[in-house]
Design a protein around this ligand. Structure first.
Ligand SMILES: [Zn+2]
Length: 188
């Protein structure tokens, strides 16, 4: 209920999403439609060590993920090359965004793609659906610890292990993002 109210509130605040995606956590049977909102505040500025790391994305509710415009653009470019679908979703390689050894051991690139970061956020949307209002205090505290071997890393680990990004909903990409895509790629 609270999750629904907040989702409606974010939609009202954020206007139109830059696109919509299908997402779920592995244990869930059904796919969910999630609004991805882009804000300039979340663009990768000089203060971020990596262009699109977790700092640039946040899952607000089970239906709302906020990202930077440049991150949204990266997702779209990756999807243009290799589109995901609900039959062929993107998961976080090796179940970790930040553990390159585990990623390489799983046969993946040590570099995390934007779509994998989005899959991680989809894992958080599953946590919201399971935890309800408890998500905000838990998520707000434990995401600070990121992935790792300790109990307090479990929240982030789980998002990386369970999150699935099932592609962009047809026709949902906003005009501003389509226009950005026509321009040459921003440095990544
Ligand atoms: Zn996270």
């Amino acid at each position: 209920m609270v999750d629904r109210v907040f989702s409606a509130w974010f939609r009202w605040l954020g206007g139109a999403p830059c696109f919509r995606i299908y997402g779920k956590a592995r244990p869930e049977a059904d796919w969910h439609i999630i609004d991805v909102f882009a804000t300039h505040r979340r663009n990768s500025g000089s203060s971020w060590p990596a262009p699109f790391f977790r700092g640039t994305c946040i899952t607000w509710t089970s239906q709302v993920i906020a990202v930077g415009w440049d991150f949204a653009e990266s997702v779209l470019r990756e999807q243009a090359d290799d589109p995901a679908s609900r039959d062929r979703p993107v998961a976080v390689a090796g179940g970790r965004i930040g553990d390159w050894k585990r990623r390489v051991a799983a046969g993946a690139s040590s570099q995390t793609s934007a779509c994998e970061v989005l899959a991680h956020e989809c894992g958080h949307t599953g946590q919201v659906r399971r935890l309800g209002v408890a998500y905000w205090p838990i998520g707000g505290t434990l995401t600070l610890f990121r992935e790792g071997p300790h109990w307090y890393n479990r929240f982030e680990n789980q998002a990386s292990e369970e999150g699935l990004f099932g592609g962009i909903v047809n026709g949902s990409v906003c005009a501003e993002l389509m226009e950005r895509l026509q321009r040459p790629a921003t440095e990544e």
